[in-house]
Design a protein around this ligand. Structure first.
Ligand SMILES: [Cu+2]
Length: 481
């Protein structure tokens, strides 16, 4: 299968230096420590209470070694690393993040997928302001849902995220609901566009970037193009959390040599009936996948790979599988007897029905570029749309353009209930889902979280060029978050 609606971009594939695999025999954690997540360096929790976490973040310029055998990239970072440090909490924890902007321009932090109070959402609209250079803002909320989330600015997003401002936020389930695995592992997958000098390529200088979004020429996993090799013991089973933080590239992920079951997505783990084996997963920008991963029977080496289109020596378009991580069997290790994802969380499925509102995504050429619209408004212009808190809405999202759009709603989860009139198997709660060119879908949401929430395409160049709107969820006394 070819990537759909993806401009052909030749990819620079790194030399693939092998990193040392993280030790499986990790030292024991203290009783009150958060569970270990491999692949990213966790930030230090400054709050000793067991039901609270406190973190200090700053956005600042720093050199980042993203590409093997190349000079460091002048990046914008959270705490001098790309991705930013791993943030973690347990579901229900009190979360405090003291954030200082050390950049020369305004920024914010948006907690992508987390149903936080409206004033903590990190957007710039109405009374919500950006964090000015030199300013400190304290984000404070209760982590309402377990799952894999991420954080990034919501100001000049195409530039600030591309330069390196993004990170993963894991909210752990209560122990009884957590999968029984040998390791819980994070993969933050990105692509960046580098120029011939290895610097981040200039922005907004070509029409293709405005139209299709910015496609990179280097694939990064956890901030490096190096391919880590992981040693699996016989029977080893891991939980993999994957987030796509690219500006525009839908990641087509494959798992040659692995036996993979998808066990969750944006809104956490799924009930057993919804979990199914996968050989390929399409992960739009902003979305997450949760996987239960084993070596396939008889397999001794395997990989997590991303499918991209590239030009071969004859300038023909070819599909190549770029490994993001390699897995090798180490038969000398003790056989694992872990059971994997065995919990069975409840998931109330919402039914399709007549649409209560329509969002039409479109766009047109305008002098100087392309303007993208939602219901014919280009942000900051937008329609007035108000819904009462707690009311079930069936929203028809219509794509009038030939290109795909990863649709993102802030502050709420939704379920995709149909695509172009057909029932779907998009299981579970989402905050981001892909709408293909010239297609329509219906999503259902209860709008439980009051406030003013952004709705936008997560191709960052589309968002920045107008494809953003908002919904006002009027608080009602009978509904609490
Ligand atoms: Cu779009």
């Amino acid at each position: 299968m070819l990537c759909r609606c993806v401009p052909v971009v030749a990819l620079v594939v790194g030399a693939g230096a092998c990193l040392q695999p993280p030790s499986i025999e990790a030292p024991p954690l203290p009783d009150d420590a958060l569970p270990r997540v491999e692949g990213l360096a966790p930030i230090e929790d400054e709050d000793p209470a067991i039901d609270a976490v406190a973190y200090t973040l700053s956005a600042r310029a720093a050199d980042a070694e993203l590409v093997t055998n190349a000079a460091p990239v002048q990046a914008w970072t959270f705490n001098a690393t790309v991705p930013g440090p791993l943030l973690q909490a347990r579901v229900g924890d009190d979360v405090t993040i003291v954030f200082t902007n050390e950049l020369a321009e305004p920024t914010t932090i948006h907690w992508h997928g987390m149903r936080v109070p409206n004033e903590m959402d990190g957007v710039v609209e109405g009374e919500m302001r950006a964090v000015a250079p030199g300013e400190t803002f304290t984000y404070h909320f209760i982590a309402p849902d377990a799952g894999t989330f991420w954080f990034h600015p919501h100001v000049r997003t195409n530039v600030q995220i591309e330069r390196g401002l993004y990170g993963m936020f894991v909210v752990h389930e209560r122990e009884a609901d957590a999968p029984d695995v040998d390791a819980d592992r994070a993969f933050v997958v990105d692509d960046i566009s580098l120029d011939d000098d290895g610097d981040i390529a200039p922005f907004g200088v070509n029409m293709m970037e405005d139209m299709h979004g910015r496609f990179g020429n280097a694939l990064l996993t956890n901030g490096s193009d190096a391919v880590a090799t992981l040693s699996f013991a016989p029977g080893q089973v891991e939980r993999w959390r994957i987030v796509n933080t690219a500006n525009a590239r839908t990641m087509i992920l494959r798992f040659p040599g692995l036996s993979v079951r998808q066990i969750g997505a944006d809104g956490g783990l799924w009930p057993q009936i919804a979990c199914s084996p996968k050989e390929e997963i399409e992960l739009p920008v902003g979305a997450r996948a949760e996987l239960e991963v084993r070596l396939a029977e008889g397999s001794t080496s395997a990989s997590l790979s991303s499918v991209v289109l590239a030009l071969d020596d004859n300038d023909d378009v070819v599909e190549i599988e770029v490994p993001l991580a390699e897995v090798e069997l180490d038969a000398t290790l003790e056989t694992s007897s872990r059971a994997g994802h065995t919990a069975n969380p409840t998931l109330a499925l919402l039914d399709d029905g007549p649409a209560t509102h329509t969002l039409t995504l479109s766009g047109a050429n305008v002098p100087g570029g392309i303007e993208f619209t939602v219901n014919d408004f280009a942000w900051p212009e937008h329609e007035d749309w108000t819904v009462p808190q707690g009311e079930l809405q069936i929203i028809e999202v219509v794509n009038r353009l030939g290109m795909e759009h990863p649709f993102h709603l802030h502050g709420q989860f939704f379920q995709v209930v149909s695509r172009t009139g057909e029932a779907v198997d998009d299981t579970g709660w989402r905050d981001t889902t892909l709408l293909r060119g010239q297609q329509r879908m219906r999503i259902a949401t209860r709008f439980d979280n009051p406030g003013m929430w952004m709705i936008h395409c997560h191709i960052l160049e589309h968002e920045e060029n107008g494809m953003m709107s908002m919904v006002m969820v009027e608080p009602s006394s009978g509904h609490d978050m």
